[in-house]
Design a protein around this ligand. Structure first.
Ligand code: SF4
Length: 454
């Protein structure tokens, strides 16, 4: 083994968790490419496997551990030579992680993304037991070259890192640090580069996109960013994901309504509706806030699609509190709703709270909430039959029938289902926008027939 920079090395990624973590994997990949290190098509084909982990909740940690162990197995089988674990898991458990995972050769935290090429070369030279995890995450990375792992026509555009909110259940601020925003010029520059590579949908993400620019002493803000993106020209979509509901401003809604590239789509996690639970969660929004926000969104953009996320089984949540949430979601009729069951997380205020509903109670509430949402989605989707909508084509579903998998304006990547478009002309494909008319609904997916090219 050698640390000679001219020796070819390949690195394979296993990227877990949310889209924000995926962007970190892309940033590491860009740094590797710049340092003449090859990206392998699959972990089995790599000299070094990087597992970029998530540790948001218990399920995510379990998945991370499973994937780390399977990467270590690859090494044992001789398929790769070293395993590097990155991201939220080592950042959160820097004190214990080496002892817990002795077969892993290197750990890095979320502040060391630019050190990956150097560490990979050290691994290749035979160095082991590497632990490079800063005590407190505080850096902000710019992509050196754009590498996109989405596999479709969309790319995630991370505009900020960290979070200043203090939701009682959430470990993210402790892992990712204080909120810090990229500059408008850097974000717009990255957007231009992604559009230049052919990506047709830019998904704006951070822990809370509504806080974008609040930490800067200039005019940086989400509305200012959307205005700048609107001047880039061309046919593309901009979609807003992860926004703190009480920070949705009138200015933002006006810019969304008047900028043609911005999808009338908002993802605003409410977490709960009952005032007692919201107070316990230390959320800054109340039911009147959220109702007012939803009404404003729908009056400015009557065709708006709203997505939310709810948390069930929070300490102290009673049956009555949960019924309140059910009724609230029934009355708002969010177009898309995701939910998760509370997981007690060390070093969060909620960890010390008692009256945690038993897991089976929380899971039953989760199932009831999702069941109710399924009915709402069914009804909404059936009401759309016969309507024509824009769809972005992403992958061939059935070559023989010219059927493509795509997403409409109403569907964000990975979470909102798919629109299957039939009879797409041969000359159209990945990254093309088409008009399609809905013909059928399947659970969370829709079927449509091609009407015309946009
Ligand atoms: S807004 Fe709340 S839930 Fe979201 S990352 Fe910040 S602290 Fe966590």
């Amino acid at each position: 083994m050698t640390d000679d920079a001219s020796v070819p090395i390949s690195v394979g990624f296993i990227s877990l968790g949310c889209a924000k973590n995926l962007v970190d994997s892309q940033t590491m990949a860009g740094n590797l490419v710049t340092a003449n290190i090859t990206l392998a098509a699959a972990p089995e084909d790599a000299d070094v496997v990087i597992v970029n982990t998530c540790s948001f909740v218990e399920d995510a940690r379990e998945e991370s551990m499973e994937m780390i162990l399977s990467a270590c197995q690859l090494k044992q089988d001789g398929a790769c030579r070293a395993v590097l674990v990155a991201g939220c898991l080592p950042q959160r458990y820097r004190e214990q992680i080496q002892e817990a995972l002795p077969d892993v050769d290197a750990f890095i935290g979320v502040d060391e993304l630019d050190r990956v090429p150097e560490i990979v070369r050290e691994l290749e030279a035979g160095k082991r037991h590497i632990l490079e995890v800063s005590e407190q995450a505080e850096r902000l990375f710019e992509p050196v070259v754009p590498v996109v792992f989405s596999g479709g026509a969309n790319a995630y555009l991370k505009i900020a890192e960290g979070c200043n909110h203090q939701c009682a259940f959430c470990a993210i601020p402790g892992i990712r640090g204080r909120h810090r925003s990229r500059s408008l010029d850097q974000v717009v520059g990255e957007a231009e580069s992604l559009l230049g590579q052919g990506f047709r949908e830019l998904d704006i993400i951070s822990q809370d996109i509504m806080s974008y620019g609040r930490d800067r002493q200039d005019d940086t803000s989400l509305p200012a960013l959307l205005r700048r993106l609107g001047t880039l020209g061309g046919d593309f979509w901009v979609r807003l994901l992860y926004g703190y509901p009480s920070l949705v401003s009138d200015e933002l809604l006006e810019v969304m309504a008047e900028t043609p590239q911005v999808c009338h789509y908002l993802d605003v996690p409410i977490q709960h509706s009952h005032p007692d639970v919201l107070k316990g969660m230390r959320r800054g929004s109340t039911v009147p806030h959220v109702k007012k926000m939803v009404d404003r969104v729908r009056s400015v953009m009557p065709d708006a699609t709203l997505r939310t996320t709810c948390l069930v089984g929070f300490p102290g949540e009673t049956e009555e509190h949960f019924e309140h949430l059910l009724e609230f979601c029934q009355s708002v009729r969010f177009d898309h709703l995701g939910a998760f069951v509370y997981s007690p997380e060390e070093n969060t205020p909620a960890y010390e709270m008692d009256a945690v509903p038993p897991l089976e109670v929380a899971e039953a509430r989760y199932a009831r909430l999702m069941e109710q949402q399924k009915t709402i989605v069914d009804e909404n989707n059936k009401a759309l039959l016969g309507e024509t909508i824009d769809v972005l084509l992403e992958t061939v579903e059935d070559d023989a029938c010219n059927t493509w998998r795509g997403r409409s304006l109403r569907q964000a990547p990975e979470v909102d289902g798919t629109t299957f478009v039939e009879d797409v002309p041969d000359e159209l494909g990945l990254g093309d926008f088409v008009s399609a008319t809905y013909t059928a609904t399947y659970d969370y997916d829709m079927r449509a027939v091609y009407t015309q090219e946009q």
